[in-house]
Design a protein around this ligand. Structure first.
Ligand SMILES: O=C1C[C@@](O)(C(=O)O)C[C@@H](O)[C@@H]1O
Length: 254
């Protein structure tokens, strides 16, 4: 049975699903405007998708000023910061060196509560980034995305296990279904991994076909679901109000 991770007042634990809303704005002003609107919808987590933010790799002082304003504005809402690489569905290219430098800088300056780091990088560099995040009391999600296919159940469980072995606080996997059976595969892997691992996990099957996996986390073992207020950051995300309705419906019928 997986453990529990607490960030501010938000608890990530199997059997509960918290809600995250991404910010996909490209400029500082638009990030803060989006954050105001998102805050009103009261998500548990706001994910700042830095790969959408144009100055992320070139203007550290603007990124820092925006992060500080964002944290202040969000108050008790957890800030998760993510730079998604283009291999895994991201929005601007980044070299491996720039990727690690950016995360290192974010962590050293304590500009976030949580970071999303991709599993598929040099394991030694990932390990030292995780160590540094932990030294700075920042919670680490290790993640993996496949925008074209859904690997077999054993492979999905194996990747989540690798995340635990690498000392992630939470493991996350997002995959694309090509047929309904792929959605079942993801759900089964979620169940198996959430029972077997010590860390909480986040899973989703993307696109229209996978929408059910964004609603069923409480029952199947995924601790966070990404919803929209405005623009989506991945296919299949559901508007937060609709997602809340669906999750409550599912819960009250059980
Ligand atoms: O990893 C994830 C999950 C996600 O890809 C989704 O499918 O909801 C959305 C991303 O913003 C986030 O970083």
């Amino acid at each position: 049975m997986s453990g529990k991770v607490t960030v501010k007042q938000t608890i990530f634990q199997t059997g509960t699903t918290q809600l995250a809303v991404p910010i996909t704005a490209t400029t500082a002003q638009a990030v803060l405007t989006a954050a105001q609107t998102i805050k009103a919808a009261k998500p548990d987590v706001v994910e700042w998708r830095l790969d959408f933010f144009k100055p992320a790799l070139t203007d550290h002082s603007l990124t820092q000023a925006t992060a500080l304003k964002l944290r202040k504005l969000l108050g008790k809402i957890v800030l998760l910061t993510t730079f998604r690489t283009t291999h895994e569905g991201g929005n601007q290219p980044v070299s491996d060196d720039a990727y690690f430098q950016l995360y290192d800088w974010l962590i050293q300056n304590q500009l976030t509560d949580m970071v999303d780091i991709e599993l598929n990088h040099d394991p030694n560099r990932v390990a030292s980034l995780i160590q540094s995040a932990h030294d700075h009391h920042i919670v680490v999600i290790l993640s993996n995305h496949d925008f074209t296919a859904t690997p077999a159940e054993a492979e999905l469980v194996d990747r989540l296990t690798q995340m635990q072995d690498q000392h992630a606080d939470i493991g996350k996997i997002a995959v694309m279904p090509q047929k309904p059976e792929d959605v079942t595969t993801l759900l089964k892997a979620t169940r198996t991994a959430s029972e077997r691992l010590k860390i909480p996990i986040i899973t989703m099957s993307m696109g229209e076909l996978g929408k059910i996996t964004r609603i069923s986390g409480r029952q199947t073992g995924s601790v966070l679901s990404f919803a929209t207020v405005g623009q989506a950051s991945a296919p299949g995300q559901i508007p937060i109000e609709a997602l809340r309705r669906e999750m409550n419906t599912t819960e009250s019928k059980n």
